[in-house]
Design a protein around this ligand. Structure first.
Ligand code: SF4
Length: 943
């Protein structure tokens, strides 16, 4: 939000602009220094605008504006800058803990004599519930259903009886079975897969949903999109993205942070945004800025034309591999060049989506004419669009990709010619291991034999041709290495893109018409990212063909993309385990690390939706589509993939006719009220949340229990014991794992004490609303290596007696002893995904400080946000060089007038001492520390 008039030193830049007979104000950046401004990458112009508008000489200084404006000089110098995004987006896994914190803050404000109503997000926050639904049930069609061809339950296929016989099924080449043929299947009267999955989703998540529904009612500025609506990033693209904000007549660019790594997808629409940890997101919601290093910007030039048979998925997999080779971690990527006008906004969003996979912070496409057309196509208000275009043009934030004179200066330029892109997949274990479709059989064969690694499974020579027969629905099949057992059209990466979704639909139509079928044991699914997808698949008449091949709509959410792929049929699972087979999942998602998609699919390939169907038809990733037919048609002729693959022109023609603004308007007009089950949830109306002491999912956290109105006196840390003595590269996943809760962990014991069985434990990720579980899960990763233990185990020692115990149990012993605790660590402490519980968890254990050789940037700021002191050894010092065993006791002197980056002294009980740097990098961070954390600071400002 803008600082108050008079406090912002840049208010002289405010200018009036008349658009459609109305006057608006905006900060005219061209007045700063037009020559420098013209050279700035467009993504940096957005950061600059935010700094100018929000400058208050406390959180954001005039110096910060100068630093951004002089980006060309400063981009390689690791200059820290603040950024205040316009809004926040959350999904339910990360949104639940954020709403828990808001509820707890309200309690604290009331306890301290304040007004709970003041605790609300200050900037708009949208929470989309999309991560909970699973593919429990796949195909909706029952094989023994009565069918239009005349067959009846349990009877022989009607093709033998009809006169004239059905040409499709008679010529399909299928054996005559004691069941109806796939072409005559129809939906049963009973619940569809979609209905069944949604029912189970509500059964499992009722407590969490009730809590979020309370949040939707109680918190202002927060929109909660109910389950069953779509995937967060697609809803953001199609509906929530504003492109330009208009707050009381002040115009400024839309920008955001989100608590999901693929928040980057919105950059395809010209909105700068990326994923952050929960504490940072909460800070932004409470009106604070985030701190970041002024990024280098890699210019990615796109030239040439896409071939008729290639898709945007092929383009993004090619770019992902390319940018991984270039090395863009921590940098912005900005796309430019004449080839961009070839790419629709949906194509650009697909490319922006996979930003975390190529490692950049954002993959930005500045707004252009295509962006405006997309806004129109998705039913956005015409009057608002006029404002969007006029404002962006006035501030030179609108691009003409064909005009090279508009190209800014970049840190580095790399190039892709679209005509070189060929159909491809990525896998079997990493998103940037691109393999052309032509090379898939040879690549997979090599992977089978290679030693275990990203491109290897280490299958011995004598096991390479293992074949395991099994019976599924009274029919014999067999599985071998490479057999496809999951084929999922899933993930916002692709479901937001009508061209690939319609491409899949057209391919399905041609496949069915040619008499091709998918083996019934393959778990096929279609998880649209919004209701619009189903709408246009229906309107264009292709959805029935997708259903015929088993690609029924199974739910609106992340589903297979997040690993909610549900169980495989027992006979399939048994066969895989029996033969120790490397079977495959093929999905249109963006991540394929081993174990993410399904425990039994060791090979997972990312592919475009049409290719997902192609591999389902083929049944194996070893299929050579050039040489091997997918089946035979009515004339007995072989049908190859090339015979049924729709051309780009064909797809565009259908898209043009069927993807229309009215669809978006209709679907999104009922987004908040369209889910009956959600509507029926009776959430409390109270200002304060009535915590249920019996709930094992939602619990009031103790963060503010002892907080006082007055600022606590800064005191040093006296005689602290080292809870953990860690080495290099301890990740947030080591600190706060997200996966399953192991049966002999402190968290499992706690849940068992509440009467839950292991089947009900669920994951740490789903229990982030319960601090008692998360505290017990802190450092509970079985891969944690603690030097006190010497091998991987989630254990430590209780120093006074030397007993080995779970980390949580040791922390509780120290707390009852009245002892303070610190952590010793090596380089890059807290790397990996940004995760707020990696700072909240140690706080819960009573950790007061960490001494590390270096920190991951976001994790360090999360520690500050929780009031934990991040201390850093002087260069060259390490625990080893200082002869620290970790078994000493540590006294850390923290002066009351501590300054950013000041050296402080650490004294050991044996008389030795050394100096470390207190890594509070700004005055704002020190303010948070003095308050005991950022949330405490916010509470006091509300009193
Ligand atoms: S569909 Fe996949 S990428 Fe998209 S939000 Fe869900 S988990 Fe993330």
């Amino acid at each position: 939000m803008a600082a108050e008039t008079g406090t912002n030193p840049f208010n002289h830049l405010l200018k009036t602009i008349n658009i459609g007979d109305k006057d608006f104000k905006y900060y005219d950046l061209l007045q700063l220094d037009a020559t420098k401004y013209d050279k700035l990458p467009f993504s940096i112009r957005v950061l600059l605008e935010s700094a100018v508008r929000n400058c208050d000489n406390f959180h954001i200084l005039e110096k910060d504006v100068t630093n951004i404006l002089k980006w060309e000089d400063h981009q390689t110098q690791s200059v820290e800058i603040p950024f205040k995004p316009a809004r926040v987006i959350l999904q339910d896994f990360t949104g639940v803990p954020a709403v828990v914190d808001f509820a707890a803050m309200r309690d604290a404000v009331v306890r301290l004599g304040g007004d709970a109503d003041k605790i609300n997000p200050v900037c708009p926050a949208d929470l989309v519930i999309d991560h909970s639904v699973q593919v429990d049930v796949a195909r909706s069609v029952l094989r023994y259903a009565p069918n239009p061809g005349g067959g009846s339950v349990g009877r022989t296929c009607s093709r033998q009886q009809r006169n004239p016989p059905c040409s499709i099924c008679v010529n399909s080449g299928l054996p005559i079975l004691d069941q109806v043929c796939p072409f005559h299947q129809q939906k049963t009267e009973g619940a569809t897969a979609l209905q069944k999955n949604e029912e189970l989703e509500f059964e499992r998540n009722k407590e969490r949903f009730l809590f979020l529904k309370w949040g939707a009612k109680a918190l202002q500025n927060m929109l909660i999109v109910p389950p069953g609506s779509g995937i967060v990033h697609q809803v953001n693209l199609e509906y929530l993205g504003r492109v330009v904000f208009n707050v009381g007549g002040l115009l400024y660019p839309d920008s955001l942070v989100g608590t999901d790594s693929h928040t980057t997808m919105i950059n395809g629409l010209g909105i700068v945004g990326w994923g952050v940890g929960g504490i940072e997101a909460e800070a932004v919601m409470l009106g604070q800025s985030i701190s970041m290093v002024l990024p280098q910007v890699v210019g990615y030039k796109i030239i040439g034309q896409l071939g008729q048979l290639t898709t945007s998925t092929d383009v993004v997999l090619t770019i992902t591999k390319h940018l991984r080779q270039v090395g863009v971690v921590g940098k912005f990527v900005e796309f430019f060049g004449p080839g961009i006008s070839q790419l629709s906004i949906a194509d650009r969003a697909t490319i922006a989506n996979m930003c975390p996979e190529y490692g950049a912070t954002v993959g930005y496409f500045p707004v252009d004419e295509h962006s405006m057309k997309y806004l129109s196509q998705t039913g956005r208000d015409e009057e608002k669009m006029q404002v969007v275009e006029a404002y962006l043009k006035a501030n030179k934030l609108f691009r003409n990709y064909s005009d090279p004179s508009e190209d800014p200066v970049f840190s580095q330029i790399v190039e892709l010619d679209l005509s070189t892109v060929v159909p491809c997949c990525s896998g079997p274990k990493r998103p940037h291991d691109r393999v052309t479709v032509v090379d898939m059989p040879s690549d997979f064969k090599a992977c089978l034999k290679n030693k275990v690694g990203f491109k290897g499974f280490g299958i011995p020579e004598d096991k390479l041709s293992t074949t395991v027969p099994f019976v599924f629905d009274n029919q014999e099949y067999s599985l071998t290495h490479g057999s496809v057992v999951i084929a999922a059209i899933t993930s916002c990466t692709n479901t937001s893109n009508p061209s690939v979704m319609l491409g899949a639909g057209l391919l399905a139509k041609k496949a069915v018409e040619a008499g091709l079928t998918v083996k019934p044991y393959i778990k096929t699914s279609l998880s649209p990212g919004s209701g619009v997808v189903t709408y246009y698949l229906k309107e264009s008449g292709v959805i029935q063909y997708m259903e015929t091949l088993g690609f029924d709509v199974v739910g609106y959410g992340c589903m297979t993309c997040i690993g909610n792929s549900g169980p495989l049929p027992d006979p399939v699972a048994d066969a895989i385990e029996k033969g120790d087979l490397v079977t495959a999942g093929v999905l249109s998602g963006n991540r394929n690390f081993e174990g993410r998609i399904h425990p039994l699919t060791r090979a997972n390939y990312l592919a475009s939706p049409p290719l997902v169907i192609a591999y389902a038809l083929a049944g194996s990733v070893l299929t050579d589509f050039e040489k091997e037919p997918l089946g035979t048609n009515a004339d007995g002729k072989n049908v190859y993939l090339r015979d049924i693959w729709p051309s780009r022109d064909e797809i565009m023609e259908v898209e043009h006719r069927h993807v229309i603004p009215a669809m978006f308007k209709e679907v999104y007009s009922r987004i908040q009220y369209g889910n009956e089950r959600w509507n029926e949830l009776a959430a409390p109306d109270s200002m304060l949340y009535p915590w249920d002491p019996k709930s094992t999912y939602i619990k009031s956290p103790p963060f503010f229990e002892t907080m006082t109105k007055e600022l606590p006196k800064v005191s040093g840390i006296t005689d602290a014991f080292v809870l953990l003595n860690l080495g290099d590269s301890v990740t947030t996943d080591h600190i706060s794992p997200a996966g399953s809760i192991s049966r002999n962990s402190p968290a499992a014991r706690h849940l068992a004490s509440k009467g839950l069985t292991p089947r009900e434990f669920n994951s740490y990720g789903s229990r982030r609303g319960n601090d008692a579980i998360m505290a017990r899960g802190t450092f509970a990763n079985i891969r944690l290596v603690n030097k006190f233990i010497g091998k991987a185990a989630p254990k430590t020692i209780y120093i006074p007696t030397g007993e080995v115990m779970d980390v949580f149990d040791a922390s509780q012993r120290y707390i009852s002893d009245g002892r303070r605790m610190i952590i010793l660590a090596g380089k890059e402490y807290g790397s990996g995904s940004s995760r707020d519980w990696a700072a909240k968890g140690p706080w819960m254990l009573g950790i007061k400080a960490v001494i590390a050789e270096s920190y991951e940037r976001i994790h360090r700021s999360n520690l500050v946000g929780m009031g934990i002191v991040p201390l850093q050894y002087h260069p060259g010092d390490t625990a080893e060089s200082l002869n620290l065993t970790g078994k000493e006791s540590y006294t850390i002197e923290i002066p009351e007038d501590l300054k950013p980056g000041q050296a402080v002294t650490v004294k050991l009980n044996d008389g030795r001492s050394f100096q470390v740097v207190a890594r509070f990098d700004t005055d704002v961070e020190l303010t948070y520390f003095h308050h005991g954390g950022i949330l405490n600071y916010m509470i006091r400002t509300m009193l």
